[in-house]
Each structure stands twice: as structure tokens, then as C-alpha cells.
Design a protein around this ligand. Sequence first.
Ligand SMILES: Cc1cc2nc3c(=O)[nH]c(=O)nc-3n(C[C@H](O)[C@H](O)[C@H](O)COP(=O)(O)OP(=O)(O)OC[C@H]3O[C@@H](n4cnc5c(N)ncnc54)[C@H](O)[C@@H]3O)c2cc1C
Length: 391
Amino acid sequence: MEYEVVVVGAGPAGSAAAQRLAEKGIKTALVERKFLPRHKTCAGAVSGKALPYLGEGFLHLTEDRLTGMVFRYRYRDQVGYRTDAPYAYTVTRDRFDHHLAVRAVQAGAELIEGQEVKCITREGGWFMVSTEKATLKARAVVGADGAGSLVARTFGLARKFLGVAVEALVPLEKVRDHEVYRETVFLDYGFIPKGYAWIFPKSDHLNVGLGTFSARSVPVKFLLEQYLDRCFPYLEQRDRKDLSWSGHPIPVYRGGRFSGDGVLVVGDAAGLLDPFFGEGIHFALESSLLAVGVIERYLEGGASLGEYDRRLDEKILRQFQVAHKVAWLFYHLTGAVHRHLVRKGRIIREFTALVTGKQSYHSFGRWLRHNILKEALSRVPDDDHFLRPGE
Ligand SMILES: Cc1cc2nc3c(=O)[nH]c(=O)nc-3n(C[C@H](O)[C@H](O)[C@H](O)COP(=O)(O)OP(=O)(O)OC[C@H]3O[C@@H](n4cnc5c(N)ncnc54)[C@H](O)[C@@H]3O)c2cc1C
């Protein structure tokens, strides 16, 4: 079977890429190792800034809209806010990813499900993409195969640091005060190194989880057990045992190219996960869109795929450089940020503007640095002689 492009992996990155390629009349295969719909470990929060990539059908898929935020530092000092308009939506990834794959098929891509790509080689001008059942020939390959990407490993693309996140799904019928969670995300920090815990509302369950970007080994399952104890102390042992648990790496880009000759990586395969709070769906969609334009020109015999690296640098990596600094500030000064910016509500407008795409990481980072510094300086006593010139 011959294709112009084989896309490996039908998560949001792969399906979005396959859809756009097919819409341009490019013969595309979308190969997925599982059968869809399939579970994917993910809190399923889709930020407002991802909406332009998703089209009209998306809102029918949403489980809840988010207008509330509750922040807690070390399980204490709870502060809550509500925004006028939704800043994000929640989905379940089985339905969301299936919807995106169906859109790719409707656009003309061929979906090959239940086949894992085992090996990719080059013969002449062709890539030979082999699953256990077939070998597909392609002019170009898109690696959308997630954090452990075979495509990235095979072609030496996008080195990644792997953090980890775990989740448990708590049925709403087991949650006593479940109305409290409607339209609201709970974010807890101060007890997980370089990470945080969350509760996201879905129509029939809560997604309760935590993640860490720490290089040290963190007992995430144990911490999630504790978190469940704190948040739902009334859950009986029997119900706790029945919860659906899963974990997955969270990949953060650490260097290297995103494209080679005829091959490139998108989404988690490229490590395009926000290094501050771990958002990945938006960047999976955005990177796919950037990739498609470049692949089209590559197939026409013109541009090299290197243009994709330049575009990612301009549109995403520069934002991530600042996000790394924001993460450093937040995870090193968590208590101070909570006391001075979260508790006083000053961060909410800035944070929702970031999540909805109304402001960039550059301006958010500047605001955060300025306010933390201002707060620190305001604590220096007026009669402090230490820095007075001429003394
Ligand atoms: C616990 C947790 C919570 C998260 N919460 C959020 C959140 O709330 N919001 C958010 O934006 N992001 C969140 N993320 C990150 C988000 O899940 C990812 O960034 C996103 O799924 C990336 O999409 P993708 O298409 O690049 O990769 P994936 O969604 O991982 O899709 C990759 C696909 O490739 C397939 N595949 C892999 N290898 C092969 C192969 N060899 N052959 C064929 N198919 C293959 C896989 O089966 C999979 O379907 C979370 C992550 C975790 C772990």
C-alpha cells in the first residue's frame, strides 16, 4: 500500500494532522495501535486557546465547562474564584480522540486501527512503515505516537525529559458534595515536588490526579492515595479498590531537531507539553497544523522540513522558554505565590488570560516576576539602612 504520508498515532496530534493533510488532497494513512475509542490517561481539560483548532462539533463533546477555580496550598488555605465566561472545557479522551479520528476519515484519510508500528526503514525515496500485519510505503512520515515515540527514537528527533502523572476516576454517585465540583477545577500544591494535584469535573465522574516534573523519583501513586483520603475521606475501601487508576509519562522537550529528511514529530512525540502546568492537547493540535503546511511544500518538491523547526521555535518553544522560568518561580516559591498572588486574587485574571490565549507566556512571566519582586521589596522595612547610598 502506497501513501504520500503515513501518520503514526491517532491521538489529537495525529488525527488533526491526518485530517488537514487529507483535506489538502494528500493521500494519508493514520495508523493507531489500539482500536478507537480507547482510554487515554489524561485529565481532559481543553483550554480556551485550543478552541479555534477544534471546530463546531467540539462543544457537543464537552463534559463540563470550567468557570471556577479553587486553589489550596498544602491542603489548607482554600481560595476560590469564578470567571464570567468559560476559560476551558473538559472532555473524556476516548470520545474526544475518536471524534478527531472520525473527522480525519471524513476528510479522506485512511484509518488503520489495532496495528502497532514496529519498525520504519528507508528504501530509496520511500519510507517502509511496518506493523505486525502490513508494510506501508510513504514519501513522508509524521510521528504522532506520544511520549515514547518510536518515530522520534528511530530518527533521533526531539530528546525529552519524562515526568509522570497518575489519575483515578471517582464516580459522581460516590461523591457526597458533588455539586461543589460542577464547572470547577480544584488545584492543590505545596506537597508534590515540582508538581500539583487536580480534580476536574466530568458528567458522571471526577478525574482526580497529580503529576510531577521532578527528576527525582516521586511516589506518585502513594501521594494520590493520600490525596484521595484527604478529599474523599468517606470513600469506603471497597469503592477505593474499584476506582479506575492509570499513569502515563509527561514528556518535556529537552533539545534536538523536530524534523529530518521526510520525517517530523508532533505533539507529545516532540515533547510539546507546557512545562509549567502540563497542558499538551493545545500544543498537539498547534504543532500538527504547523507541520501540515510544511509537509505540503515538501511533497511538492520544494521546501525542506527544516522550516517546521523554525516555525515551532517561533510559535511554541519561545513561549516554553518563559514557561520554564514561570515553573521555576512557582515551584520554588509556591508558598509565596499562593499567599501574595493567589490568595489576594491578583493572579486569576492573568492566569485565565494565559489559558484562553489572550496573553502570551512572555507577558504572564513579566507580570509574575514583577509582582513577586514587588511583594518581596515591600517586605523590606522602611528603616532598613543596608542599601542607603552614601552611608
Ligand atoms: C495524567 C495526565 C493528565 C493530563 N491532563 C491534560 C489536560 O488536562 N489537558 C491537556 O491539554 N493535556 C493533558 N495531558 C497531556 C496530554 O494527555 C498529551 O499532551 C496529549 O495526549 C498529546 O497528544 P498526542 O496526540 O501527541 O499523543 P497521545 O494522545 O499520547 O497519542 C499518541 C497515540 O499514538 C498511539 N501510538 C503510540 N505508539 C504507536 C505505534 N508504535 N504505532 C501506532 N500507534 C502508536 C497511541 O496508542 C496513542 O493513541 C495529561 C497527561 C497525563 C499523563
